[in-house]
Design a binder for this molecule. Structure first.
Ligand code: ADP
Ligand code: MG
Length: 234
């Protein structure tokens, strides 16, 4: 519990820092974008000694515009990821949310050679959840599972009604994790991946706690991993 609190505080700090970075970056970024646009207009009006030169300049300018747009997206995304938001709770059918996320990820999972097995209980009661945040949690878990199965495998999603909660299990046949990784995986910025953010599970756990639910993990190295999620029934 104390550890979870500490993580929540760390995440809140991440949120504040990202907000500041986004703020510092966004203004200069939009003036870069504007100036590039003005340069584009100037190129339209200018005459160039060689006819190809105008096109070359236009290509360079549109490359700059593309990168500026991408940077703006990245900063927004980071901000949204890290800033803890109070969930907007409504009764939701968690199997419908899962179906939506699985449909959305189908192409990606298929290409990765991941076979999806749905074991939804036909009597899964509605949960109290923020649908957008729930989707974010499932997308994080699905992505981690896919990344843990670089040679393909099986992804099983199961739901089970409990007395107070609904339990969702996301199980993969991936590489699993060592005891050492198990101890740290919910910490913000803990990652074993090149280019990983280490925020997926920290954010997911924080979201579930804000729902009055929980997220835990079981894993066997070389065999696979299961994340068990609990959400209060509506
Ligand atoms: P990231 O994916 O950016 O590394 P996460 O918070 O999503 O950050 O995950 C933290 C770490 O937990 C991962 O780097 C990985 O080592 C481990 N992990 C998470 N999910 C799985 C999984 N399904 N199988 C094996 N390891 C996992
Ligand atoms: Mg991740």
């Amino acid at each position: 519990q104390a550890e979870a609190l500490m993580r929540a505080e760390q995440l809140a700090a991440v949120g504040r820092i990202s907000a500041q970075i986004v703020h510092e970056v966004r203004n200069p970024l939009s003036s870069i974008g504007l100036n590039v646009e003005l340069l584009g207009d100037a190129v339209e009006r200018a005459t160039f000694p060689a006819p190809d030169e105008a096109n070359e300049v236009k290509d360079l300018l549109s490359a700059v515009t593309r990168e500026v747009d991408r940077l703006a997206d990245v900063t927004e995304h980071y901000l949204r990821m890290a800033r803890p938001q109070r969930p907007d709770l409504d009764p939701r059918d968690v199997t419908a949310v899962l179906d939506g996320v699985l449909d959305f990820s189908r192409e990606e999972l298929m290409r990765a050679g991941v076979e999806v097995v749905r074991e939804f209980s036909p009597t899964t009661p509605p949960v109290l959840a923020d649908e957008g945040q729930l989707r974010q949690v499932f997308l994080n878990l699905l992505r981690n599972s896919r990344e843990a199965m670089p040679y393909g495998g099986q992804l099983t999603i199961a739901t089970r009604p409990l007395e107070q909660d609904v339990e969702v299990t996301v199980r993969d046949t991936g590489q699993g994790m060592t005891e050492e990784v198990r101890r740290h995986l919910f910490e913000p910025f803990f990652t074993t991946k090149e280019g990983g953010t280490g925020l997926g599970l920290a954010v997911s756990q924080q979201i579930l706690q804000a729902h009055g639910g929980s997220l835990s993990c079981q894993s066997i190295p070389g065999q696979g991993t299961a994340f068990v999620l609990r959400l209060p029934r509506a």
